[in-house]
Design a protein around this ligand. Sequence first.
Ligand code: F6P
Length: 533
Amino acid sequence: MSKWQSLQAYHASVATRPLISLFDETDRAADFSVSADQMMLDYSKTNIDSKTKDLLIELAKVSGVAEKRAAMFSGEKINDTEGRAVLHTALRAGPEAVIAVDGADVMREVRETLARMADFARDLRAGRITGQGGAITDVINIGIGGSDLGPVMATLALAPYHDGPRVHYVSNVDGAHVADVLKGLNPETTLVIVASKTFTTIETMTNAETARRWMAGKVRNTGAQFAAVSTAAEKTAAMGIDPSRVFGFEDWVGGRYSIWGPIGLALMIAIGPERFEEFLAGGRAMDQHFLTAEFAQNMPVMLALVGIWHNQICDYSTRAVLPYDQRLSRLPAYLQQLEMESNGKSVAMDGSALATQAGPVVWGEPGTNGQHAFYQLIHQGTRVVPCEFMIARSGHEADLAHQHLLLASNCLAQSEALMRGRSLAEATAIMAKKGLTGAELDRQARHRVFAGNRPSTTLVYPLLTPFVLGQIIALYEHRVFVEGVILGLNSYDQWGVELGKELALALQPILEGKESAAGKDGSTQALVAYLRG
Ligand code: F6P
């Protein structure tokens, strides 16, 4: 019997037991949680018991997680549909690291670029790099996908540490986005960072041109107020950006894994190079933990195994990410790209069809807002949604500690309610106290039943500092890696985004009326006709 079959068979035998009954086992909370530095992941409110844990760990072992982990960290070309190494970990590896790709050292360039970024950020923050109108007051990062979601999420997350110029983000090709951001900014004191790994992405190139035109009306030397982040030096030169303002990185950094290097420049400008270094140190600490902790105590491995259990074994097709931390409001969107662009595939490494479901649909919102929106379905809907809660021990607002307490009570209440539920007998007793009787009592009580037995995990951390944010992002990166290895797919390509891009290019002249829509299907033709008015 394969490990997958053993897990399926065992799941069938325990699927209906009450989660709460698992706590009869002593020390379940300790046995089904993992710690890394000062962070703890509690997965005891799941239907995983010691046997499940052993089977899942066996699955990780036979899937070659340890071997592939070593291959990734040492610069082997594990992204084999693009012939690339996967080395975002090199960007945070620290001053002593020695890493090579094809026998050539990569760390010298990583360190040099980081030092140039730090100099640039310091000069900008100190007013030594200026715009035509004096010190830079506003920085706009123009990028999309991995060149936007990471820095925008982290900039929001680390708001208490902002002490540099204001930082704004433009991503959508919808002109509304760039127009709303430019409105109210002074072109003479604004710096634009064009962030694109390939420097070909149509949204970014179009928005960059719009920003350049906006600035050109007021600023004589626009080049002096532009910078670029890219792997394509010749393309940044063609845009007229001075090489001293170009921060490069290599193709072994995937877009959605790129926040640790030059794509993080806007974040570094907002919080300063020292805080950015703390962020890198957090990622590095998680790397060390991932590399050295045995699987049962390894946070990324166990988070991945909980994911595999829920998605592939229990067949729950989505998972909700629910940070009880308003400043992590864009984390669900960030994780959507990280997880779904990485593990949303149908073919295995060798090109054969995947033997199991691929990665899940990931979605979410911060608590407590989500409670007043979609938690109804999570508690009483017909589908089970495994929930991933997150909460800090304290908030940054010491004078509002009572609000943090309320936040924490809500977070813990949700996981408890999901697990315990409320039986018909309990609901009936509550409604009887309100004076209902007979058939109406029964009918009303049934609407107030919570099935319970709904699994969740809770990640707790001391405070949302740059270090902790680095830990959290690296935790999820490695979780995606482990799940990808177990599913047998390539987590580091993204061919699924290409077809839409090609068709959009072909539709542009049709919408402009320069080409006929004749070859298109009836629906597309009708939509073109409507949009052309
Ligand atoms: O379209 C998807 C994608 O290729 C992402 O993987 C990437 O993060 C994003 O586009 C932006 O790409 P670039 O940084 O090259 O502009």
